[in-house]
Every structure is written in structure tokens, then in C-alpha cells.
Design a binder for this molecule. Structure first.
Ligand SMILES: Nc1ncnc2c1ncn2[C@@H]1O[C@H](COP(=O)(O)OP(=O)(O)OP(=O)(O)O)[C@@H](O)[C@H]1O
Length: 261
């Protein structure tokens, strides 16, 4: 079922890019946030839509967990701005952050569509959508309802036996939804020894076929700590310029793919 969406607030948005994963816990929210930071550093106007209703981690990762979105007198939502990045997340509507959101599929889908259409996004080159994990019916509804705006999808995966399987599912998803798969980000691809620089493929060798690899991200304990402490912006800009560069290259590729489309 394709839901009708009020497009007025999306008229000033150039590209919506959906970040998806075949399964949970692969680093989709981290990759969404890091790409948004890299695009912002390149001078683009950026927003993030946290469509992960049950595990909304974008506000936390960006150090905005105590903030709230605002409202206009006309009943529209104003996103929370962090470091020039606009964030819209259900988490930023909750009085008690520990309250779980207990919604069934159709309600979740409707709520996401409602959040997209009611948010005053302003002029943005990109809205990065942190999608819920998986590629189910709910995802299809979101993708199809937003189809005129979603210019591409990025798949986040981790190495392992499931890679080929996950890529096939994602390909099938983008084929059915008609959305262009821009490429994949392989997260936790390797661990680089900080002492000797040796690369260890902790989760084994992998081969991703048929999909453009946008970035290969190492496992880093200090990154994990920065994410858990809500310091991703500071970490990328000040502590780990090498990692920011990896995301900047990916962001440039995405921007040029969309410009040339
Ligand atoms: N490259 C990495 N190095 C170290 N830790 C990482 C890395 N990527 C992600 N993590 C950690 O893995 C966990 C999952 O990351 P994240 O929340 O971004 O995944 P997700 O796919 O969005 O999860 P969910 O399915 O719950 O939405 C977090 O605790 C994060 O700190």
C-alpha cells in the first residue's frame, strides 16, 4: 500500500537517501550519522530522519539525547539542530526517554510518513534516513510513499557468511521499490593494530559482488566508546581524521552519483 504524503515541506529538499541494513546491529545508525557529518563538512545542507522507531539512536550518537523538536503554531514540527545538522526523531518527542514505543507495523509506517511530511526541513541538499533494520513490508511502504524524493539507498553490512545473502535481499528490495542502490558500506571490515599497523580481518574475508563499495570501516574500540558517549561529531572532527576522510570520500561519491543522475 502506498500512502499519500503531503509534499509541501519536502519541496526545499534536493535528495533523500535511505540507509538500510539487512539485519540489526550492523552500524546503520553510526554510518547514517557519519555520512551526515561528512556531507555537512563538505558544505552541504544536511538533515537526518531517524526512522528507526524502536531503536532510535541518532539523537544519542550526536549528543542530542536531552533535546526536543519544536512545533510551529500551524502544527508543524521543527527539527533539532546539532552542529548545523537537523534531526527529526521520535525519541525527541518523548518526555521520558526510557519509554519504549510500542506500535504495530501500519501505525509505525504512518507515523514515519507523518514525521517526514510534518517536519519543516528547510533548504537541505540531503536528508539521510536511518531506516529500521530489515527490508520488510514497512520499509517498502516508506520507500514507495517517499519514492519521488528518495534518490538512492545505501546498504550497510558487516563481513561474514551472510553478506551475499543480505546483498541479494537488498537488491530485490530496491528492484521492487524502484529505488537506486548507490552502494554498500562494509562496517567492522577489519581491525588495524594501533601498534604495528597489521590489518586483521576479525570477521573473515568477504566479497561483495554486484554492488559498489562506498567505504570499508574498521572496528575501533575508541569509536565504539565515542558512539556510546554521544561524541561522534567531536570524535570525527578532532580525534580520528582518518575515519572522517573515509566518510568524506564516500560522501563525495554519493553526491557526485546523485548530481550526475
Ligand atoms: N566500526 C565500529 N567499531 C566499533 N564499534 C562499532 C562500529 N560500528 C558500530 N559499532 C557499535 O555497534 C553498535 C551498533 O551500532 P548502531 O547502533 O549504529 O547499529 P544499527 O545497525 O543502527 O543497530 P540497530 O539495528 O539496533 O538500529 C553500537 O554499540 C556501536 O557503538
Amino acid at each position: 500500500m502506498v500512502m499519500r504524503i503531503d509534499i509541501e515541506n519536502l519541496r526545499s529538499v534536493k535528495n533523500v537517501v535511505a540507509v538500510m541494513s539487512g539485519k540489526g546491529g550492523v552500524g546503520k545508525s553510526f554510518v547514517s550519522a557519519a555520512l551526515a557529518i561528512a556531507l555537512k563538512e563538505l558544505g552541504y545542507g544536511v538533515a537526518i530522519l531517524d526512522a528507526d522507531v524502536h531503536g532510535p539512536s541518532i539523537p544519542w550518537i550526536l549528543g542530542a539525547e536531552s533535546g526536543f523538536m519544536g512545533a510551529t503554531v500551524e502544527g508543524y514540527i521543527t527539527p533539532l539542530e546539532v552542529n548545523g545538522i537537523a534531526i527529526a526523531s521520535f525519541e525527541l518527542l518523548l518526555d521520558r526517554r526510557e519509554s519504549p514505543i510500542v506500535w504495530r507495523g501500519p501505525l509505525k509506517t504512518r507515523a514515519i510518513i507523518e514525521l517526514v511530511s510534518k517536519t519543516k526541513w528547510g533548504f537541505r541538499d540531503f536528508i539521510i534516513v536511518d531506516m529500521p533494520p530489515g527490508t520488510g513490508d514497512e520499509h517498502l511502504t516508506i520507500a514507495q510513499s517517499l519514492k519521488p524524493f528518495v534518490k538512492g539507498a545505501i546498504l550497510v553490512l558487516t563481513p561474514g557468511d551472510l553478506v551475499a545473502h543480505v546483498v541479494k535481499k537488498a537488491e530485490e528490495f530496491v528492484r521492487i521499490s524502484g529505488i537506486r542502490l548507490l552502494g554498500a558500506v562494509v562496517n567492522m571490515a577489519y581491525f588495524k593494530c594501533p601498534v604495528c599497523g597489521t590489518i586483521h580481518k576479525i570477521f573473515g574475508e568477504y566479497r561483495v559482488e554486484g554492488v559498489n563499495i562506498l567505504a570499508e570501516i574498521p572496528i575501533k574500540p575508541e569509536l565504539s566508546q565515542a558512539l556510546n558517549e554521544g561524541r561522534l561529531i567531536d570524535y570525527l572532527k578532532n580525534d580520528d581524521k582518518e575515519l572522517l576522510k573515509i566518510f568524506t570520500e564516500a560522501a563525495k561519491t554519493i553526491a557526485s552519483m546523485l548530481q550526475s543522475a
